[in-house]
Ligand binder design. Sequence first.
Ligand code: FSO
Ligand code: SF4
Length: 542
Amino acid sequence: MYCNQCEQTAKGIACTTIGVCGKTEPVAGLEDLLTHAVQGLCLVADTGRKVGVIDNAVDRFTCEAIFSCLTNVDFDPARFGVLIHKTVALRETLKAEVKAAGGKIDFTAAAATFTPADSLTGLEEQGAALNFINSLDANPDLQSLKQITMYGLRGLAAYADHAAILGQEDDAVYAYIHEAMAALTGDLDLNQLVALALKCGEVNLRAMELLDAGNTGTYGHPVPTPVPLGHIPGKCILVTGHDLKDLAMLLEQTKDKGINIYTHGEMLPCHGYPELKKYSHFYGHFGTAWQNQQKEMPEFPGAILFTTTCIQKPKDSYKANVFTTGLVGWPDVAHIGNDKDFSPVINRALALPGFTDTVDKGSVLVGFARNTVLGVADKVIEAVKSKAIRHFFLVGGCDGAKPGRNYYTEIVEQIPSDCMILTLACGKFRFFDKQLGDIGGIPRLLDVGQCNDAYSAIQIAVALAGAFECGVNDLPLSMILSWYEQKAVVILLTLFSLGIKNIHLGPSLPAFITPNVLNVLVENFNVKPVSTPEADLKAILG
Ligand code: FSO
Ligand code: SF4
């Protein structure tokens, strides 16, 4: 195996025997084979579009298959076997449709013609034989740019899939995904690859806009809401991941069952949505970010539902309590299918003891997405003009296990009291419960939401720039971002496509970026690796 797509990759180079994330060598091969197969499907779909053949089932499936290869989504070899066979079956059906519409189907690329082995072992061998990453391009810089786009596509597919689940789709997004996946099978020069990567970021803005419309259109705009961090007596279910619709369906199915629902990780901001918070049994939040699952989940006395994503190997002490749904998967863990009948989760929760006491651990405030923040825009603008607010920091992104991530806790602690801090995604758990006070009644620490709500943060920045009649780069705003997986890669591409500069990125730079490609990013966007909180704050604030 050779995987270097995430921030925790082994030795900062690549995982070559087993993933630090727990990905096994066979699964790595299956992910490579699935990606190869999806490229074949995309070659046909891209050709089909030119003769008017557009198939929504193919569009939706393409996103699901690509999203399945994102870090910490699916570790189940059997599920990958099903996906690979379905990809090739769809490819052949689509070929026939394209041919009937007058399109050319004489593809020579191996991805468009390969036959998958019948057995899972055979598929694993086919995957291993691909040597996929190293075969992308012999030139390391071009290979690096291809990887940036491919990982960006994984993030983009994730957002497009989340949005489609809520009924929000735009064919332009699918068209780009097909075009780009197909293009990555061929030879492209440096300029073409840079353009393809930036387009990925641009299209992702649209996908995130669709997701924002899906979430806020279905569940309302988040409103400021205190969320208890303790618990109350009663049976309980913990919901983690990012999928609001799964949570909504679970809340509905448990409303008269005497079970309290708690969020974990990236589901915390769900407490702010009017159509979710209306359920009286939607109680509070338990635990912190994804990498602490194995420590925290054994302590939860109820069932645990993983929506997409991040899953870590469930320990035996709580594995029987774990259920997955959506694209997330772990071998031998019960999976709730598309009928979304959560009865097995509910029955497990009823069979477990639940909490028997009341513990008060205080609360945190959520609900500062674009509608809330822009609702107090006048106050904020006035505070900037009167110098009550000196600077805004967006400290956001993914959390992870590396010790270097203490940087993010420390910088938040050291940011002066006349500065506001916006945050989003699971990196916030390093400081989400800190009491940072307020400026003129506005809390200093504002939780914009999940990583999936990056669109909301961008809209806030764009609106502030409009109010001050300047560009986003000219605002008293600094972005201190932490990355871990490929949704963060595509958000970075989106920020680049918007011309946003001076991003501080950490805790380490991606292993798949070569020094030459990094130079291009530094020259064009002035990306800076994070250094120390003291040095970075001095450089920003003077
Ligand atoms: Fe975190 Fe995982 Fe939301 Fe990522 S839970 S790491 S950026 O998948 O998605 O922030
Ligand atoms: Fe390693 Fe990350 Fe790939 Fe997992 S996803 S195998 S940790 S690089």
